[in-house]
Design a protein around this ligand. Structure first.
Ligand SMILES: [Zn+2]
Length: 111
């Protein structure tokens, strides 16, 4: 059995696991799971399948680099069309914004 590449203590066991991306379940995929830390490892072929499923489900390209712009006296941050589609927001949608830390901003869609 292979030792875990992360904790180097546990052993990897083949099993099918649910793959979650942005809290959406993409289905079950073959993985090697560590019996100590729980880390999951996917081979290249499976990773390609997961990517394909993510694209098919509109979960691709949701992470984006953007810069802060200016709108009147405020600063604004633009949301790309993939994020807009995934969140289901439109002009006038209500969101709740708060910092989780000095480096992380949370935007929750309220309706
Ligand atoms: Zn481990």
């Amino acid at each position: 059995m292979t030792k875990c590449y992360i904790c180097e203590k546990g052993l990897l066991k083949k099993q099918k696991v649910d793959f979650l991306l942005y809290n959406e379940n993409l289905g079950k995929f073959d993985a090697e799971v560590c019996n100590n830390c729980g880390e999951k490892f996917f081979d290249e072929e499976t990773s390609a399948k997961i990517d394909e499923k993510a694209k098919k489900n509109g979960l691709w390209g949701l992470e984006a680099h953007t810069s802060v712009g200016v709108a009147g006296n405020s600063l604004d941050i633009r949301l790309n069309k993939n994020i807009v589609k995934f969140l289901g927001v439109k002009k006038g949608s209500l969101v709740n914004i708060y910092p989780e830390s000095k480096k992380k901003l949370i935007i929750e869609v309220s309706e």
